[in-house]
Design a binder for this molecule. Structure first.
Ligand code: PGA
Length: 250
């Protein structure tokens, strides 16, 4: 049985003090939930949120990480720096990193391998653009991202890997894939994991959906056979909305 996993990606929002207040409210609402909950504040708010969620069931995540362990990488943040703040999860390969910061599959793969080797849980994001969908390339694009992004990942590391399917055209736009269309891509990804790592690992794998997940569409998305959670952007910035998504099955 897979446990639902709802993650909040705050993107470039909230100062450290705003994040602290917000995290306090979240803990009141969601500590002890029966689904797994993660929040990913910006780097500058990790320490303040860490102190609030410590000892609760809410897990702390980061939105990115450097592909190298240390050294001359001005402006970057390392895996060890995240671990030092009790970060347990890192989002890698988000479509904004791919599109705006030109992160390639092989660069993302370096990050994924380093994060897993360091013992971090990885939420690895994949998804097609509208143009790619309209030209019938969903399968090709998503499977290439999965294969290249996860190259050389070992079967023993899969329990720390989550995949988030986020169609780029649904992120921050208010458009969502229909639950059936989203589920079809989730199945595609799970079948690819089955081919690479076997039934047991593929069946245990959490595959989140992301892209305009809101309280009013969460339950329907989560009812699909291969959708195991959500990576939530905009709606994670409102305590009540995020809590309502996390409580989709209440
Ligand atoms: P959204 O963002 O919920 O605002 O569409 C999702 C994401 O980018 O992870």
């Amino acid at each position: 049985m897979r446990t639902y996993y709802i993650a909040g990606n705050w993107k470039m929002n909230m100062t450290a003090s705003e994040a602290r207040d917000f995290a306090q409210k979240l803990v009141k609402k969601l500590d002890g939930s029966d689904v797994k909950i993660m929040v990913a504040p910006p780097f500058t708010a990790l320490e303040s949120v860490s102190s609030i969620v410590r000892g609760t069931s809410i897990v702390l995540g980061a939105q990115n990480m450097c592909h190298k362990e240390s050294g001359a990488h001005t402006g970057e943040v390392s895996a060890d720096m995240l671990l030092d703040l009790d970060v347990s999860t890192v989002i890698l390969g988000h479509s904004e990193r791919r599109a705006i910061y030109k992160e390639t599959d092989s660069h993302i793969n370096e990050k994924v391998r380093l994060a897993l080797a360091k013992g971090l849980e990885v939420i690895f994001c994949v998804g097609e653009t509208l143009e790619e969908r309209e030209s019938g390339k969903v399968e090709d694009v998503v499977l290439t991202q999965v294969r290249e992004g996860l190259a050389s990942v070992e079967a023993s590391q899969l329990s720390s890997l989550v995949i988030a399917y986020e169609p780029v055209w649904a992120i921050g736009t208010g458009k969502t894939a229909t639950p059936e269309d989203a589920n079809a891509v989730h199945k595609l990804i799970r079948d690819e994991m089955r081919r690479s790592f076997g039934d047991e690992a593929a069946d245990a794998m959490i595959i989140q959906y992301g892209g305009s997940v809101k309280p009013d569409n969460a339950a329907e998305l989560m009812s699909q056979s291969d959708i195991d959670g959500a990576l939530v952007g905009g709606a994670s910035l409102d305590v009540d909305s995020f809590a309502a998504i996390a409580q989709f099955n209440a």
